[in-house]
Design a protein around this ligand. Structure first.
Ligand code: SF4
Length: 155
């Protein structure tokens, strides 16, 4: 997701960065669409800007699923895709800095956006405690990252 896609971006004050795939954007690896009405509302109200680190990092839709193993990111064909994930994380940090954003609501379990849990790198559906590469970089730069699952539970 390119921030140039957002209308009137210069006039907006964005409070949050949010994962684009939670707002109906076709950015997921499997190109499936899902919508969190609560998170999309933030975008519709001009409070949040949508981002997708993997698409910004140069990956296509659809793409093979990726998981983190030993601090690198591999797809199901055992290809090392770490470069795209690092590149994407840097682009999202740039966006956060550009708008002075201090909070992000990102999709849990993703190797980019996960904030509490990620898959263990075996493609067996096993979750472990951990965070995605974008979440890690944002947190290292003082940006609070909230799991979409936690945000959904908030009243
Ligand atoms: S979880 Fe993050 S990287 Fe994956 S599709 Fe959604 S926004 Fe993109």
């Amino acid at each position: 997701m390119d921030s140039k896609d957002i209308k009137n971006e210069k006039e907006q004050h964005f409070e949050y960065i949010v994962s684009a795939c939670l707002c109906g954007e076709k950015t997921r690896y499997d190109s499936k669409i899902s919508v969190s009405e609560k998170i999309k509302k933030l975008v519709d109200e001009g409070k949040a800007i949508m981002v997708c680190p993997e698409v910004s990092g140069g990956m296509s839709v659809p793409r093979l699923p990726c998981e983190i193993k030993n601090n690198r990111v591999f797809n199901t064909a055992s290809e090392d895709k770490t470069y795209y994930f690092v590149n994407g994380a840097a682009k999202i940090l740039e966006t956060a800095k550009k708008y002075g954003i201090k909070k992000a609501i990102l999709k849990e379990k993703s190797p980019s956006c996960g904030s509490r849990h990620i898959y263990d790198g075996t493609f067996s559906g096993t979750l472990i405690q951990g965070e995605g590469l974008t979440t890690r970089l944002l947190r290292m730069n003082g940006i609070e990252v909230i799991s979409n699952e936690d945000f959904e539970k908030e009243v």
